[in-house]
Design a protein around this ligand. Structure first.
Ligand SMILES: Nc1ncnc2c1ncn2[C@@H]1O[C@H](COP(=O)(O)OP(=O)(O)OP(=O)(O)O)[C@@H](O)[C@H]1O
Length: 316
């Protein structure tokens, strides 16, 4: 399919999962999982270790048979006998390679295994991933980031329409993450490639994905456009004073609900407090209880993720 026709089909579904269940014996790993990814989207699949991300991906790739449910990629039903899809899908699980062969030798093997006759594809993919300067290096001598790039290059050697990446940014430094982001943006934005990537870190996914889906205990519990994430983060007003008992009295008197934190601070979540911290400060000063500390704190992304799945940081 040409790039032009790929872009024309943007907006239609590239991946559809409907009511997917997967049991391993008695153990239910996927529980009525449904999701849809549009063509040209960069979809971040977020979940704790063991949430069921890899099982979902392997079922999508027909490497595992679903217990029940339907899966489609590019409108075609996934089943064990459908090998046609392999031409259109690239998959990176772990960056594996022949350690004693060079970067270009590794890619040439990947090219032949995918049945790509165009020898230029190795050069093209090396250029795209910044591997050109390392082409003569043995794979075992690459840095972690470049090993990851080599894995991605292998997954992309046949110019797939869908790229499925299981934890692709694990272990990359911020510059490496930024590079991968630019590359994925380019692939999705300019070539209409659909990207499905998994991670257990929202912070990392937020840097690359255009939409996220949160999987917990085998169930999709939330989907969100990345642009809406910021406004979903919870804000708290945290304050402290010299006389905790008196301060508490002032808060109660004026109808502010609060929680006392372990370190003796007061945490207020109501918008009345969070959006007008100056009013509360004024009130405390007037009551002769000036705060020694008063701050509005926005939860971080991992805090948001843990709250969404009903967990508190540091617990299991
Ligand atoms: N072949 C199998 N037989 C039995 N249990 C399995 C099998 N494969 C996976 N599991 C279990 O299913 C659960 C989900 O595993 P999965 O690998 O899909 O999680 P994940 O979200 O990808 O986690 P991680 O981030 O650790 O890779 C885990 O508890 C795992 O132990």
């Amino acid at each position: 399919m040409s790039i032009f026709s790929r872009q024309n089909s943007r907006g239609s579904a590239a991946i559809q999962i409907q009511g997917l269940h997967k049991n391993f014996g008695e153990y239910k790993v996927l529980n009525n999982l449904s999701l849809e990814v549009k063509r040209g989207e960069i979809f971040g699949f977020l979940g704790l270790n063991g949430a069921g991300k890899t099982t979902t991906i392997k079922t999508l790739l027909a490497l595992l048979k679903p217990t029940s449910g339907q899966l489609y990629m590019l409108g075609e039903k996934i089943d064990a006998g459908n090998y046609k899809l392999w031409d259109k899908v690239g998959y990176l699980e772990e960056a594996t390679f022949y350690p004693d062969l060079t970067v270009s030798e590794n890619l040439d093997i990947a090219r032949r295994m995918q049945g790509v006759s165009d020898g230029e594809s190795v050069k093209r993919v090396m250029g795209k991933l910044g591997l050109e300067p390392h082409k003569k290096k043995k794979a075992k001598h690459l840095s972690l980031g470049n090993k990851q790039r080599l894995g991605l290059a292998k997954a992309m050697i046949h110019n797939p329409e869908i790229l499925i990446l299981d934890e692709p940014i694990n272990g990359l430094d911020p510059a490496g993450v930024a590079e991968i982001r630019n590359m994925l943006d380019d692939l999705a934005g300019n070539s209409g490639v659909t990207i499905f990537l998994s991670s257990h870190l929202l912070e990392e996914l937020s840097k690359v994905a255009t939409r996220i889906g949160i999987i917990h205990k085998g169930h999709l519990i939330q989907e969100m456009e990345m642009g809406k994430l910021e406004q979903s983060l919870q804000k708290n007003l945290v304050l402290a004073g010299r006389d905790a008992k008196a301060l508490k009295g002032v808060l109660k008197e004026h109808g502010y609900e609060f929680e006392e934190t372990k370190d003796g601070h007061f945490k207020l979540t109501a918008s009345q407090a969070v959006e007008n911290p100056e009013r509360l400060a004024e009130l405390l000063v007037k009551a002769n209880q000036p705060p020694t500390m008063l701050r509005v704190i926005t939860e971080d992304l991992e805090g948001y993720f843990l709250r969404t799945i009903g967990m508190v940081r540091g617990t299991n």
